[in-house]
Design a protein. Structure first.
Length: 479
């Protein structure tokens, strides 16, 4: 018997009473006049094989099975697992009494002599034919998300379609549970009937439907303009920003002016950010963005507020064979060459400084083009102009208009609040060295005079920078 052919008689079937019980049709008149017995027997016996499709009426619903009247000598049984592609469902949610449904014959007789049917397999047969046609026409399928599995979602499209997590949205989503129960549309990207495998892509459908919108969005973007967006994803190489129509990428190098190990050090998913458009690639539909371009360049800020020969306070961040790097601002590091570590000969930097040590250094070169700062510990010990932020910390009355120390601080009335303040207070305190006739630690030129080092050897008038880089050198004017 061919698939899809109905095996039911065209005659009227039985009915159901008010309580839902099936009542067979009662023959009240002889409507078989003129028909021989062989014909009557032949018409009443159904012939079908395993795999045939049959139509029937639901006559009973139990928790683990459904009975179907197909006009056969006995009612067919549909096990609950053969009702739907969904797992662990209540049969009453799938079918109702009196409903006519199509089933596939799994077994003409089981060990109990019952006819075993499958509604799910019948759906498969029809769904496969439909899906193959949709795939050939490059059309979309629509279905309800019924399950979350490893790596994606299961969509009911008449059979179980797999929707990978990476293809659910235009960007990868991490939380899939909210999609349960939602109706989605998707493109069919892989079909294998032998393996009963269907792979879907909602992203492909979204890209197709939004292609025109994306074109308009890209046309309205201009390099150099600033846009507001929300961080939609953080990856190793940067962060994606939802600009309200498309996602753009902030490469890790454009997230911050200072070095970072991972984008998560700067942004998190959900953060609202202002970004600058660097480039728009119309062919690949890619948008390059920058977060740091909307912020002040700390190098430029440092260069504008500091100058060569100024004294600044910093922390040793790294030692290398040719010197030591010292952080003198947020994200600003300078190099103290090994020749500028001390007045005496130094074999290795660790003879003078240690990583993490805080000390005074003098700026001896500022190269903003190459973003390099040269520093000196040796020259810092000789005194000089103090950078403005430290003048504010210790009182502007103690400095002249050029930033040179002129005294006026009573150390006994000053309580340092930071290590930097304590270090400078100790450096300029009269008790730390000689003072001039007016009681101010200044030389003839009005600059902070280098103070006499305590217990310095007579034969070598150099500061003991190995133990204290802020220790003052011997005053050359005393010679």
């Amino acid at each position: 018997m061919s698939q899809g052919q109905s095996l039911l008689s065209t005659q009227e079937m039985g009915s159901f009473d008010a309580e839902g019980h099936y009542v067979p049709r009662i023959v009240t008149e002889d409507d078989m006049v003129g028909t021989d017995l062989a014909t009557l027997v032949g018409d009443s016996v159904l012939e079908f094989d395993d795999g045939d499709l049959v139509m029937g009426t639901v006559v009973k619903i139990d928790r683990d099975e459904v009975l179907l009247d197909i006009g056969f000598k006995s009612e067919g049984v549909i096990p609950s697992r053969e009702l739907s592609i969904r797992n662990d469902v209540d049969p009453s949610e799938i079918v109702s009494l009196g409903e006519r449904i199509e089933c596939l014959v799994l077994q003409k007789e089981d060990k109990e002599g019952r006819l075993v049917l499958s509604k799910k397999r019948a759906q498969y047969e029809k769904a496969w034919s439909n899906i193959e046609e949709l795939k050939n026409r490059d059309e979309v399928v629509k279905g309800v998300v019924i399950e979350v599995v490893k790596g994606g979602l299961i969509v009911d499209i008449g059979l179980r379609g797999f929707l990978p997590a990476s293809l659910v949205e235009l960007r990868r989503v991490r939380e899939l549970q909210p999609y349960i129960g939602k109706t989605v549309e998707a493109k069919i990207i892989e079909l294998d009937r032998n393996r009963n495998n269907v792979v879907l892509s909602r992203r492909a459908w979204l890209e197709e439907t939004q292609k025109e919108q994306r074109g308009d969005f890209l046309n309205n973007l201009k390099p150099g303009e600033r846009r507001h967006g929300v961080i939609s994803s953080v990856v190793n190489f940067g962060a994606f920003v939802d600009l309200g129509g498309m996602d753009g990428l902030i490469h890790v190098s454009e997230l911050s002016w200072k070095h970072i190990d991972h984008p998560s050090q700067v942004v998190s998913v959900g953060d609202e950010v202002d970004v600058e458009v660097l480039d728009v690639d119309f062919a690949k539909e890619r948008i390059s963005l920058s977060l740091k371009a909307t912020q002040s360049d700390p190098w430029q800020v440092f260069a504008e507020s500091h100058s060569v020969d100024q004294l600044v306070y910093g922390r040793v961040t790294k030692m290398v064979p040719f010197g030591a790097f010292v952080q003198v601002g947020d994200g600003i590091e300078g190099l103290v060459h090994i020749s500028e570590l001390a007045a005496h000969h130094v074999e290795t930097p660790d003879q003078v400084v240690t990583a993490g040590e805080e000390l005074w250094v003098k700026i001896i070169e500022l190269d903003t083009a190459r973003r390099r700062i040269s520093l000196s510990i040796k020259q810092a010990a000789e005194g000089g102009e103090v950078s403005e932020e430290y003048r504010e910390a210790f009182g502007t009355h103690a400095y002249d208009t050029e930033g040179n120390y002129i005294g006026g601080i009573e150390y006994g009335e000053f309580t340092p609040e930071t290590e930097a303040q304590a270090a400078w207070a100790e450096y300029v305190t009269p008790e730390a060295g000689a003072t001039d006739s007016e009681g101010d630690a200044t030389d003839d030129a009005g600059e902070a005079a280098p103070l006499e080092a305590e217990a310095a050897p007579e034969a070598e008038a150099t500061p003991d920078v190995e133990n204290d880089v802020t220790a003052p050198a011997e005053d050359p004017s005393a010679e």
